[in-house]
Ligand binder design. Structure first.
Ligand SMILES: NC(=O)c1ccc[n+]([C@@H]2O[C@H](COP(=O)([O-])OP(=O)(O)OC[C@H]3O[C@@H](n4cnc5c(N)ncnc54)[C@H](OP(=O)(O)O)[C@@H]3O)[C@@H](O)[C@H]2O)c1
Length: 171
């Protein structure tokens, strides 16, 4: 099983504010849908609540410490490692945020790839993507796009691969 992290990240690593996405970038939403369709997503309880419902065509695992949290029929995991145990027989599983979950995923032995949409704009934010350590992650693809009538900001699709010398397996 390998984990793939997927995120949209603005300048200064901002990913959200007051538990919502700040921008509307249909190109990124489309990319997210295309890449994750048919797969399992792991997400934190706050991100799940911010989306408000399970995303169609994908299984969702909600990570929460609350035993009685209503996950609307989605699977629940009591920790990030618990989520990994649940999906251990799948080939590729996506980590869909938010900040707390990305922080744990980027350090995980199982994380091998990242799809990052960079949005080249400044936003007020209270949630951040972790710094990407170039010693550990290699940028293998980058495609840049100008703003258009649907997407207000310049953006780029990045793909990173973990370099050799993976972190130790989670305890
Ligand atoms: N730009 C993007 O690509 C993107 C993607 C996703 C989210 N976001 C944004 O990110 C923000 C949310 O991020 P966030 O960091 O505040 O919240 P989050 O990571 O979505 O969820 C945090 C919650 O997850 C649970 N959790 C985290 N680690 C855990 C662990 N080890 N064991 C058990 N439960 C654990 C806890 O839930 P309980 O409190 O229930 O125990 C914690 O409060 C929002 O603004 C959202 O819009 C942006």
């Amino acid at each position: 099983m390998k984990l793939t992290i997927i995120a949209a990240v603005a300048n200064h690593n901002v990913i959200g504010n007051e538990n919502r996405l700040i921008w509307h970038m249909p190109a990124d939403l489309k990319r997210f849908k295309n890449i994750t369709m048919g797969h399992t997503l792991i997400m934190g309880r706050k991100t799940f609540q911010s989306i408000g419902k399970p995303l169609p065509g994908r299984n969702t695992i909600v990570v929460t410490r609350q035993e009685d949290f209503d996950s609307q029929g989605c699977l629940k995991a009591s920790s990030f490692n618990d989520a990994i145990n649940i999906v251990k027989d799948e080939k590729e599983v996506f980590v869909a945020g938010g900040a707390e979950i990305y922080e744990q995923a980027i350090k995980s032995y199982y994380s091998r790839k990242m799809f990052i949409t960079r949005i080249f704009a400044d936003f007020e934010g209270d949630s951040f993507f972790p710094d990407i350590d170039s010693e550990k992650w290699e940028l293998i693809e980058r495609n840049d796009y100008e703003p258009d009538d649907k997407n207000a900001y310049p953006y780029a699709f990045f793909v990173y691969k973990r370099k050799i010398g993976r972190p130790k397996k989670n305890p």
